[in-house]
Design a binder for this molecule. Sequence first.
Ligand code: GDG
Length: 529
Amino acid sequence: MSTVNSAEPGTETHFGDSDFVVVANRLPVDRDPDGENGGWRTSPGGLVTAVAPVMKAQEGAWIGWTGVPDEDFAPFSIDGMHLTPVTLTSEDVRRYYEGFSNATLWPLYHDVIVPPEYHRTWWDAYVRVNERFAAKVAETAAESATVWIHDYQLQLVPLMVRRLRPDVAIGFFNHIPFPPYELFAQLPWRDEILRGLLGADLVGFQRSADAANFRRAVRGRLGFTTKGSTVTVPEGESLSAHVVRAEAFPISIDTPYLEELAEDPDIVERARQIREDVGNPKVVMLGVDRMDYTKGIRHRLKAYGELLAEGRLNVEDVVLIQIATPSRERLEQYKIIRHDVELAVGRINGEQVDVGSIPVRYLHHSYPRDEMTAFFLAADVMLVTALRDGMNLVAKEYVACRKNDDGALVLSEFTGAAEQLKGAVMINPHDIGNLKAGILEAVEMDERTRTRRMRQMRKKVTTDTVSQWSKNFLAELTHIKRNPEDIVPDRPVTQKSRTALAPDAPAEPSDRAHQPEEAGWAADISTSR
Ligand code: GDG
């Protein structure tokens, strides 16, 4: 680490060695005391794939929590990545992670499917932990480094880093939706969150609608001017004057890797075995989700159960394999969803008269990537019925694995993926009748139609890979930092009085139409475990 004088007399800025710093709640490793890698096992996935090449080329570092509470760990390297652990106490885990991140922000940002809880002690922990992450960034980043912060657990970090290290380029990517203003406005700490995010030079979202929701909240709460995707942040009590770009960068998957797995003879054989294990029915349907109330598993089971009960699907012909990976199991809402799903599975299976028929194979486990690929290969119909989902990578992964252009995807219109996978059978999971019709359409779809639609979707995931996603994001971030004059809007900055904050924030300015939003383009990639 080197020390130089900063612009402010009497203060010193400490620069670290890393030109590229990734910041996420979790490090891409899990504790493995018996393993060979110094007690750690990598949890490879999309985000690692996306950033690994840049990490290796640029002395990159990854800052995050190890998943082990109450223990300090020194920085270590694994698979060529430098990892810098941030310590969380058990209380931090309860209040910052399980509390504010997963019981306040997660439900609020997913259309309040369950009621968000607002507790001041949770917020205090969120601020404290975000400060800890920001301090780690400040000591790790080299002068003028690129810092890429990920997801809803760390929304205050951009501003905190900007204050500590104004020399670095700061990008933020939100993996989950950004809610409509009317919902976001519930949050007691809404202004702090907006200011936190505006510390970044580039704020990326999954969909252009999420970016628009964010900019609308910025206009409505803070009164800052937006034009196209640019927000002008005036000199203020907590921010220095600068411009921020807020736009969509839909995330994708490691398509080449999945395609390779999908051709592996052992995995192809395993897929055949899975079909045999479930009785070689005409149609294997599959659901793969974290056990989360946002994923619409209950709705899916309801629709499937009704189709069986009405005789529109026959237990001899069809099996649903539902993989629900354990997630956030200490939280009340997650106990409830698990209970409800298991009740529904029991009911559907129990209602069958034939002792040999098990219409739902329910697996509450996580599996290695090879096994997941075999499930994708075994399935004729993939069911993605999320009530709200930032993107939903499972939908894209299924498509990437269908190298023969076969299989059908039933996809909720409330996923980010729905904007890209137009060949899917689109459904509204809240409308059980529509969901049932979608499932039947997928089951009965003729081969030519399946092939045409799958080919169209495969083209999309082949072109838009996760490495392309990170390249696009980082290229834009670099461009913004180097050429700020390119994005300064030609209108003067206006700042409304904070007391005049309209509950119904102004709509997008009319000039938006001339500024196309699309710039181009963790567990696995998700940071949401
Ligand atoms: C958040 C946003 C956004 C699941 N079970 C196993 C396993 N997985 C993998 C899937 C997929 C990933 O985990 C889950 O990603 P999703 O996108 O489906 O959902 P979230 O976890 O909610 O992710 C989401 C994402 O962040 C990325 O930005 O798309 O909207 O909510 O890759 O395959 N992988 C393995 N075993 C399992 O048992 N190996």
